[in-house]
Write a protein that binds this ligand. Structure first.
Ligand SMILES: NC(=O)c1ccc[n+]([C@@H]2O[C@H](COP(=O)([O-])OP(=O)(O)OC[C@H]3O[C@@H](n4cnc5c(N)ncnc54)[C@H](OP(=O)(O)O)[C@@H]3O)[C@@H](O)[C@H]2O)c1
Length: 289
């Protein structure tokens, strides 16, 4: 088994972080978790509460850790939070802290669709964050996830909320595809990447074995539940996203869906040697949520 690892997690109250911290704690990792607000800690976990990740509060505690897993990120902008500040500048700060603290490795969660050819502000902020991680001089792994599915993920929550209201909306044709991956598999892969050198200095798509049209996914997700599925005009969906900060789909939710990005599951499978569960199969057999 692996020697006891000291691992730092940022954005500790987020969806991936909560699931990951639980998993790492069960693996007896010496865990240091940072969040802006107070949260319930797990076994072997040191809590750091910090609004702005200030060095004074953090550096001493994270020094000489084996890895830092940077999970802070936003997928929707507002006048208070923009992509450059949160996705890029905060990553720069975390990279600097990691270097000062002599942390051996940084693991960053980017996004499926990030590429040097992108013109989307969301992806550009993630691309720039990736460059900072790559140029840090530290060992790194960058993951580019598609939709991560679990008990409390945002994507499923959004579909469940619509189901409750009696109608699920599909923007446009619904023919664009997604590549869902289960959170229980995601936490295993991220953990492996903290100590297995084969993950070092690689960019890996974090995508499941199914590449499935959104409409098909929605139908399976709502199987057995009395709810309507309605295609809505894409122009109307974008209009709502532009003028209404509480719209069902944010601008970049739509951009990412319509982007129809496909990741390399084979590469992930090969490097991790994990047998990934099919989200579709779980939906078909009613075992998902
Ligand atoms: N879940 C997915 O399907 C998915 C897909 C693609 C990419 N990703 C990426 O994976 C990472 C984690 O995703 P997630 O699903 O766990 O997201 P999440 O639940 O929204 O968690 C992100 C965390 O970021 C921190 N954060 C947000 N705004 C902040 C701010 N202004 N200052 C400091 N910290 C802030 C918060 O942590 P605290 O509240 O603890 O401070 C928040 O809980 C993100 O970078 C996301 O873009 C996720």
């Amino acid at each position: 088994m692996v020697k006891s690892l000291k691992i730092v997690v940022t954005g500790a109250s987020g969806f991936i972080a909560k699931n990951l911290r639980k998993y790492l704690s069960e693996k007896n990792v010496d865990l240091i978790s940072i969040s802006r607000n107070n949260f319930k800690d797990f076994k072997c976990e040191t809590k750091i509460i910090s609004k702005n990740y200030d060095e004074k509060n953090i550096l001493k505690k994270i020094r000489n850790s084996d890895a830092i897993i940077h999970l802070v990120g936003i997928g929707k902008q507002s006048i208070n939070e923009d992509y450059d500040v949160i996705n890029t500048d905060l990553t720069k700060h975390i990279v600097n802290l990691s270097k000062k603290g002599k942390i051996k490795k940084i693991i960053y969660l980017s996004g499926l669709g990030v590429s040097p050819n992108t013109s989307l502000g969301y992806f550009i902020s993630k691309y720039n964050a990736e460059r900072l991680v790559i140029n840090s001089g530290l060992d790194f792994t960058i993951f580019r996830p598609s939709y991560i599915i679990g008990k409390d993920d945002l994507f499923s929550k959004h579909l469940k909320k619509q189901m409750k209201s009696g109608e699920i909306k599909i923007p446009g044709s619904g023919k664009y595809s997604i590549q869902p991956i289960l959170i229980s598999d995601v936490v295993k892969v991220i953990f492996e990447s903290t100590y297995q050198p084969k993950f070092n200095n690689k960019i890996v798509d974090l995508v499941g074995p199914d590449y499935v049209p959104f409409e098909k996914y929605v139908k399976l997700f709502s199987k057995g539940v009395k709810t309507k599925i309605r295609k809505i005009n894409l122009e109307d969906a974008y209009h709502d996203a532009i003028i209404n900060s509480k719209s069902d789909f944010g601008i970049d939710d739509l951009n990412i869906l319509i982007g129809d990005f496909k990741g390399d599951h084979k590469k992930l499978s090969k490097i991790s040697e994990i047998k990934f569960q099919s989200v579709l199969e779980l939906l078909q057999t009613g075992r998902l949520l």
